[in-house]
Design a protein around this ligand. Structure first.
Ligand code: SF4
Length: 433
């Protein structure tokens, strides 16, 4: 089997030029890394490739917000100017609406209620994006956007030998593709090959701090409690992992054109997902200036305009809202990342690749009993209410009886013609630098 005649096809990265470049590889993302916390969940999702369309409201909102952000930041990157509120509102109307329509099947309400559900979400986004523009205007003065949705990849190296981790694994050949063996009863079909492991991620944005050589990776987050994120941020593994990928890409990979810059830190762009509606006037015809229920300043301003009130009566209250309320709706968390953080990520990625490989190998022709003890549950599972596989995770559901829709998250496709990516250097199966 000449594996170099194949290229990697990976879920959510189908169009990525970078993935085509790296040749045949076992690529894994931060999401897969996190799912491995529960061996059973990982086995359902990444070994048995069980496909679920179910997405909660918060996740759907986050997905669409992310798409809108991608368009907004791309527009800012191209002109190095901040997006206007009018442009941002137009993006919600066009890009946001289309994204919700694309996700229609995953919306968890009855068909007749879906239209109203989408309109509510679009209204919430419109209220949020006005504040997001003000918020970004401050960051944009200090940072230039240099890349959006940037795919990053790094090979997994053995910590002692420095060689790329390429253990022997089992695959199945079907037509012009190779598929992971999964949990396979038909051992006779299996082909053994050595495939290198790579870690892959997509940075929402890469920023350059103006007047310096420092690069930052930015990630959008939507939450109903932005202020509670500070502690989570300290222990976030995703972005320090992305920094180590970017560091590799700059030093040895596909982004050597950034070699005069250094990876210095990460930024979370936190946005509240439930910005309140503009307040209604009191019986007196004025707006309340009580401090008990604060709304963000730009929402309060909307009410002043809508009800044709005298802005000068509310100057003081608006100033107070800017300092006391607005930071509860949007904030940037910024921290520096150093060599130690990145080295730790590299070592942990190696450990993850080894654990995945071990599980894949042990489960290759597992029966139900073997599955129970090899793909054991998350210790003291607290996730069953949100776990998309909890309906399968019951003692009376044997793996032989699981008959769900399957979608391969990774496979390898035979190269058909001589495009640039089709000539994969066999060196890529060894050290890539
Ligand atoms: S319900 Fe809990 S134990 Fe079961 S697969 Fe999901 S996370 Fe793992």
């Amino acid at each position: 089997m000449n594996i170099t005649e194949y290229r990697t096809v990976m879920n959510r990265y189908e169009d990525s030029e970078r993935i085509k470049q790296i040749g045949p590889a076992w690529t894994f993302t931060n999401s897969e890394f996190v799912e491995l916390g529960c061996k059973r969940k990982w086995s359902y999702g990444y070994l048995m490739n069980i496909e679920t369309t179910e997405k909660g409201d918060a996740l759907l909102y986050g997905i669409v917000w992310h798409v809108v952000m991608e368009h907004a930041l791309l527009r800012m990157k191209n002109t190095d100017t901040c997006i206007t509120k009018e442009e941002a509102l137009e993006l919600i109307e066009i890009v946001g609406r289309k994204s919700f329509e694309d996700e229609r099947e995953s919306i968890q309400v009855i068909e007749e209620a879906k239209e109203e559900w989408i309109e509510n979400c679009l209204d919430r986004m419109k209220r949020a994006i006005v504040g997001w523009c003000d918020h970004w205007a401050i960051l944009h003065k200090e940072y230039e956007i240099i890349a959006i949705e940037q795919t990053l990849a790094r090979p997994i190296l053995h910590p002692q030998t420095g060689e790329i981790y390429s253990p022997k694994t089992y695959i199945i050949e079907e037509d012009d593709c190779l598929y992971p063996a999964g949990i396979n009863k038909e051992r006779s079909n299996l082909i053994d090959v050595c495939i290198p492991y790579w870690k892959v991620g997509k940075a929402d944005a890469i920023l350059l701090k103006r007047g310096t050589k420092s690069l930052y990776i930015l990630d959008h987050k939507t939450t109903s409690q932005p202020t509670s994120y500070e502690r989570k941020f300290l222990f976030d593994m995703q972005l320090s992992g992305y920094c180590s990928l970017l560091d590799y890409e700059i030093k040895h990979g596909d982004m050597t054109y950034l070699s005069k810059y250094e990876v210095k830190g990460v930024i979370w762009d936190l946005c509240h997902s439930k910005v309140p509606k503009p307040p209604e006037p009191l019986k007196s015809g004025k707006l309340s200036t009580a401090k008990a229920k604060l709304v963000p300043s730009w929402i309060y301003e909307e009410s002043i305009i809508k009800y044709e009130l005298d802005r000068s009566d509310y100057e003081e209250h608006l100033e107070m809202l800017k300092t006391k309320a607005d930071p509860n709706y949007f904030c940037f968390l910024i921290t520096s990342i150093n060599e130690n953080d990145m080295t730790r990520s590299v070592l942990e990625d190696y450990s993850t690749a080894c654990s995945m490989h071990e599980l894949k190998t042990k489960l290759i022709n597992a029966d139900n009993m073997t599955f129970q003890y090899t793909a054991s549950r998350y210790p003291i599972c607290q996730q069953y209410l949100s776990c998309k596989y909890s309906y399968l995770c019951q003692p009376n559901v044997a793996i032989e009886d699981i008959n769900e829709t399957i979608k391969h998250k990774i496979y390898w496709k035979k190269i058909e013609n001589n495009t640039d990516y089709d000539i994969i250097n066999s060196d890529q199966l060894g050290l890539p630098f």
